[in-house]
Every structure is written in C-alpha cells, then in structure tokens.
Design a protein around this ligand. Sequence first.
Ligand SMILES: [Zn+2]
Ligand SMILES: [Zn+2]
Length: 812
Amino acid sequence: MQQEEPTIVRDERYNAQPIEEKWSARWQQDAKLYAAEPDSTKPKYYVLEMLPYPSGALHMGHVRNYAIGDALARYMWMNGYNVLHPMGWDSFGLPAENAAISAKVPPREWTLRNIANMKAQMKRLGFAYDWSREVTTCFPEYYRWNQWFFLKMYERGLAYRKKSKVNWCPKCCTVLANEQVISGRCWRHEDTLVEQRELEQWFLRTTNYAEELLRDLDCLPGWPEKVRTMQRNWTTELSALDPELGRKVEQLIAEQKKAKESGDLGEIEKHGVNTGHLAVNPYNGERVPVWVANYILMDYGTGAIMSVPAHDERDYEFARKYGIEIKPVIVPRETGNVGNVGRTLLSDDASSQELPFTTLDGKLINSGKFTGLSCEEAIKKMSAFAEQHNFGKATVTFRLKDWGISRQRYWGTPIPMIYCDKDGIVPVPEKDLPVVLPQNVDITLTGGSPLQRVPEFFNTKCPKCGGAARRETDTMDTFVDSSWYFYRYTDARNDKAPFDSATAQYWFGEKGIDQYIGGVEHAILHLIYSRFWTKVMRDLGLIKNDEPVERLFTQGMIIKSGAKMSKSLGNVVSPDEMVEHYGGDSTRMYTLFATSPDRELDWQDEGVAGIYRFLGKVYRFVSRNARPDNPEWNGPVPAELSTEARTVQRKLHQTIKRVTSDFQGRWHFNTCIAAIMELVNELYAAEGSVARAPSPAMPIAFLADVQRKLVLLLAPFAPYLAHELWEMLGENSNLLKEPWPKFDPELAKEEELEIPVQVNGKLRSKIVVAPDAGEEEVIQKALADEKVQSHVAGKQIVKKIFTGKLVNIVVR
Ligand SMILES: [Zn+2]
Ligand SMILES: [Zn+2]
C-alpha cells in the first residue's frame, strides 16, 4: 500500500493524521457535542445503526454501516433537526462464552475489553455518537428490564413454560431457535447436525401477534420490499380446506401421545392406529376412516387433518403401508407421460398417473361438482362452499411459532423465575429485580446451564412461602436484548422504568425510528422480534407507535477479490490499517464512494488511495486560497461574474442540488461524491485560467463563498478535513450545526448559448440566450439587438430563420 508522496510545498501538504488527532481530541472534550437536545423546539430525527456484537474489532462492514448513518445524522443536524444518534453493544451471547473458554478470560472481562477497543475505533473514525446514551446489554441496569418485561408478559400469559422438542446443537450445547437451524444444521456450526431433545422451555407467545405482524407489513412503505417479502414468507403459509374432523378428541389425544413417543417426526417410520371411527367429508358426504398417526404435526392447524395420500408424500407412504384407499383428485394440466419411473398406483380415473402428485399445477378429478377446475380456482370455490355451508372457511396458517427463549448457557439474562416444591413456579417479585448474573462461574462444555453449578445463585428462598427453592438456570436468547434496545436509548439512565414513556414517544412519534440502517441478514429474526416487542409494549401502555421502524435501509456487503472477507481466505481488510495509512476520513468516505450503499462493494485498496488524493487536492486548494484576513473576504458575492467565476458558480449550485436531492432520495452517495470531485476539478481549472486566484476574474468574496460551501458539502462525508478547512477559512462556528447550503435554481442553470446573428448572410452580431429558449424567443432577441437593428432599420424583413445554431435574417 502506497501513501501519496507530497510534491508540493510543505504547508500545502495534506497529512490526515495530525488533523484527525487534533479534531478527535477537541471533540472528546465536548461531551455534549453530539447530544440530542432536551425540550427542543426543532423537529426530531432518530437515525440508528444496528448495534454491534462486541467481537473485538470493527470490520469493514461495520465501517460502511456507520458511515452511512453518520453522513445522514450530520446532514440532518445541518438541516436544523434535533438528531438522536446513539450507539451501544449487543454484548450477551455465545461467542463471548466460547471465546472466554478458549482464551481463559471471564466473558465479562473479555466483552468489556472488546467494547473499549471498538469504541476507540469508532471515535477514531469520527462517528458522531451521543455516548451519554450508550447501552450495554450485559449490564444489570439494562437486563433488569428484560426481566421486568418477561414478568409483565408472564402476568399476561404471553410468557409460558412447556415441555417441548427442541433443536439442540451438540457443539453449542444449547437449544437453538427454529430460525437458528439452517438446513438441519446449526447457524454457527455449519457442519454440525442439529439434534432433537425434549426439555422444559420458556416461550414468548409471538403467535398472538402473528396476524398483526403480517397485516402491518403493508404499513411499512419505508422498508425494502425484499425485507417485507422475507417477513411475509416467514410468517405465513397459505392453506385452505380445513374441515373439522375432530371427534372423540380425548381418546385421539391419548393415542397420539403414544404414537409420538416412537421418535422424531420426519425421519421415523410412519405408523398409526385405526380408531374404527368414521368422519363425514362435508363436501360429498362420504365416510372417511379416522386414524391416529405419528407423523402428523400437532401444531399444524388443529392437529386433525384431511389426509390426501395421492397428493402428499407422507400420506402416500402411510396409506401404502396400511392399504388405505388412494384416490387421485388432481391430475397434471398437461396429461400424458409425467416422466420418472416411480410409484404408480392404478385407479379407475387416472390409470397411468405418477403418485404422489404433489404440485398444485393441475386440475381436479373425482371431485363432484369441482371436477375440472384448476387447483387455484378449486381452492377459492371450495373455501366459499365451506363457508356457505357453515363448516369451515379459508384461513391463513401462520408458520411463525412461539419464540423459545430458553438457553442453557451462562452469558445471558437470567430468567426471573423460582421453583418451589410447594408453590410450583413463582415469579421473582419486581422489587427483587435484577436477578444478577453471578461472576466467576466455571464455564465448561459439559452441557446444561453453568448456573446450575453455582449454589449461591441456584439455591434461593421461595417468595411465597419463604421455604427453600431453586432459581431458573436458563438464560434468555440474546434476541431479547436487541428487541427493544432502541427505546432504552431515549432514556438510557432511567433506573425506575425501562424508559420514560413521554420521552420515547417524542423520539418514536407515531411511526417509529426515522431511519434504521443495518445488514439484510437481520431482516427476519431481529426485525420480527422487535416488531413483536413493540406491539407488546404498546399493549402494556408504554408507547403509542405500532411499529418500531418507519424507514429501514439495508446496506450491501463488502467483499474482496470476489469473496466475502474471511480470515481463512486471507482477504480481510482491517479498518485500523486503513485509518493508519489514509486516515478515518478517506476510509469511511471510500465505503460511500465505491458504489451505491445498497450494493455489494468490492474492496480496492487503490480506491482508498484515490480518495486520499482527492482530499489532498481539496486541502491544497483551500490552503492556497483561504484569505480570511483580506478585507473583502466577507463581502457580498458580486452579481456580475467573469465567465470563469460563473462556470464555477454554476457547478457549485449544481453540486449542492445533486447532493441535497440524493440525501433526500436514493442515497447514491457515490454519485454525490463524484459531483463534489467535479466541482473541485472546476475550481482547479479556474485557478489555472486566471493565473492564480484571487484575481479580478475570481473575486475574493466569491472565492470565499465557493470554498465555504464546498466544505459544507464535504462535512457529512469527511468530517475531520471539513472541520480543519472550516477553521482555515476563518470560521469559528460549530460546523456540525452550520446550515446546509441552499442551491439557487437560477444559478444552477446551464450556461447560456451564444448565437451568431446574420443579416443577409453576413455576421452582424451575437446574442446570448438560455439553452432551452424557443425559436420565437431567439428571433425576438436577435431583432432587438442594437447592431442587428442598425442593419434592418427601414428595410422589409422577408425571412427569419433560426437553425438552432444561428439566426439569419433576410431583408430587402
Ligand atoms: Zn452450534
Ligand atoms: Zn413456596
């Protein structure tokens, strides 16, 4: 990596390090610098980047994420908003525990060390966070409110305990949420198959809100469509035809339980018992045998289903085994040879059909009056029929399950529950919160919660009877921590409540966080749980908004040499190294310049060097052309400017227009920065053409104006350099709150065209017109020209022609 070798005089040399160190030190002296204002009359703006997991060091993906948010926060400050821009640490969780095991450092110590390091990195990069609101989720002053929320949910039946089959990662030695299982494997251990175990678990009743979580996706136009689609697909699956078959329910449940004991669903040999009972198919009055089978999912619909062996793999296998009639009711749209050799079952109506035929791309047979309909039509008509005849209706079946939050690990929020032999499950009284996570705990990988091995934690007294009792030793899933942290930022030091409702309502308004920015990998888990938590908090009366986030932006990933950065590939670019070589400004500005922020960024070291050279160019120009001691420096910009100055002025206003509209719209900061580069090129060209500015062609008041505005435009992208230049220009106001420059549409207009005017084919004058001027306007102006007048006066005009490039007037 090469650092640019300065070839210019010493005082014009751009050296990022001393500039950034100087401003970093100044900024740190002012604790209130980035603080949101209490009781402000300004409009509010809450911009938030997803809080990081304190793994030890920032990676480039973080830098990109925060550079986007920081540019926006600075832009909003300059536009007169009361901005909330906080940062915190998602600091509980498995990696701390695993790292602590291998590094033999307690998780808390390891975590706090990482936080200190990453915070220093963030400060070095110049991100404008209000650190007085810092939230660290592993501190009792934060997680006590997780426990408080849990108790509130328990009171309302939203938190409950049940024995259930859980996904168990033998490597993590813990339960995984369904969402943490990817293709049967652990999300953290891609090569480890997830096992099934049966444990008593705590659940949050997310399904109570399933319908609202789905419906409200339509009220989030500020979210990327792909994220809404992902959540929609995650939440639901469409089903219909769900007639009531539940008879002799108690007997069936007993037999079902027995069947369930035989093993895991899915993999197991399917078997069942014939109850000897018959159910009536309400569509045609036919009698259908009722079986209890071990492969039916209890939580699918009511648990009683209409088996369709001809069109479902599992039902087919089951029916074959027990010789149950297999009656095809769907045939492919295109009849004929369906292909593969396979299980063919003959029936009267579909003699050569491959079974089971499991796609919905077909038409109905053997279905009475519905025969001949396409599957889609049949679903609609049969649903309507069920409704008319009062035995059913089409419903949406939610795929979303209740959220299992129990983790058999140490480094998390203790679940505030107590088990008493006499009283059963007893919640910890609110006044006894927080249940503090003990320190100095021996963490091993032998399974079960390490808290079971801490007697002073485990043994307690029952709050009801005062007798000996045991504490719950499971801790909460860390997605609990991140489900509501952004409310805590609004009132981070409150020790009486999770936050003050009025304060949170000010920042969240009716629609939530104004702008949330983070990786698309959090589109489902974090954002669904956050939406659930918001709805629960609303129902608890704590807030008024229905949704946590009004606008969401998901930035693209950073790759290098065609692959995701990873240690094993050796293609990791460290932010520290970049900052050391090029400074914080160049590093963060490059992440915005390389491509538009929603797209994948292919990292190029030369690109950072290019940004460094550009900033050096700006620095040199200003160091040569800043003349704050000149008496004309603060004078008004002359209305009439030389051609050179006018060219620069036009470019300036075009650039302001471009950058402003991009902040308000599509966020293509790469083109914004490119526009600023063009402006700087224009300044250099003008400086050259007038020998050296200032000159009569480049008045000093104008030179002051254009440099001030250039610095304002740079401030959201390269704050260190912008502050330094602001000072060089003689300004002592706080650049952070300096008003964003306004563009004048008139001044931004393209240069007027010079049009030669001929009279009888001879050039007589030149006129200047707007580039969009029409024919009539141009000819009028030509005729009004003094020189032209002297040649046409007293003569008869026989022809007036405007070719687009010149005007010809024919007179006689
Ligand atoms: Zn695992
Ligand atoms: Zn008791």
